[in-house]
Design a protein around this ligand. Sequence first.
Ligand SMILES: [Zn+2]
Length: 101
Amino acid sequence: MFRLEETDIAKAVERAKELHPTVRVIAYGEYTVTGSQPGTLYTVKCYRDTEGFKTVECTCQTCDGVACKHGMAAVALHLYMATIEMIIRRRAARIARQRSH
Ligand SMILES: [Zn+2]
C-alpha cells in the first residue's frame, strides 16, 4: 500500500511501461493487473483514505510505502476513469441547470 502524494513513483512508472500490463476494471477503483510472470494477476485498489490521501493497494509482495508497477498501471486507468466520470457528471449538472431555467 502506498500514497501517491508521499511516494517516489518515477521508477514504478518506468517499470510499468516495460511491463506492458493488461489492466482490467472490476469496479470503479478496483482493477486487475497482469504481472511479469505468465499467469500472474494482481488486484489493485485505488481510493482516498480517511486522511484524504490517494491510496493504492496491490496484492503483490512490494512493501508498504513503495510504489509497484502494477499499482501505477492501475492508477493510470483509474485517473482516466475519474476524469471521464467528472466530465459526465459536470455535463449532466449543466443540462439539469439549463432545463430548470
Ligand atoms: Zn503490485
